[in-house]
Unconditional design. Sequence first.
Length: 204
Amino acid sequence: MFTGLVERKIPLKERIEEGAGQTLVFDLQSVAEGVQIGDSIALSGCCLTVVEIRGSQCAFQLGSETLSRTLFRQLMVGESVNCERSLRVGDRLGGHYVTGHVDGLGKLIELREEGPWRFMVFSAPLPLLRQMASKGSITVDGVSLTIVNADDSSFSVALIPHTLEVTSLGGLQVGSQVHLETDVLAKYVARQLEPHPDGLGSGN
């Protein structure tokens, strides 16, 4: 479990092809302190397991399923992702509950500067948009954000200067794709509202 509060951006140092999968090596820098093999770490919102440690560099294995549903196959050596270690019992929850499971991809379709702030509009698959609401939570590339508006075609967020500086979102351009994870509570509500074979709601 994660919070969507990014600890820092970390660069991809090496990509190793392994049949249908890949091993990606990232330099966690200061975030590597205390990390052990088997730890779960969210990289741009995707929960991955540390399989090897070389100083501050950690290796993560990605199978074909993960590669097909995320943007890691397109990531170039030297490019950075957002990094967050898993939530510990007793930690403060400053963002919202994030599972680290990428639900789908979004695309930046509008970007507007508002002084030091930046207003962004993303398109997304309709099933995910139906799980979003104004003032609700959304995870974009592992960053916990508050939704400004959402409808059946897009959703919007407003990013403060700090978020633009310390996360990869500051480098997004129109057309950029991102990982999305909707609020886990919205998933449960959507599940309860699904039609039931007997014509009743699944919660009845």
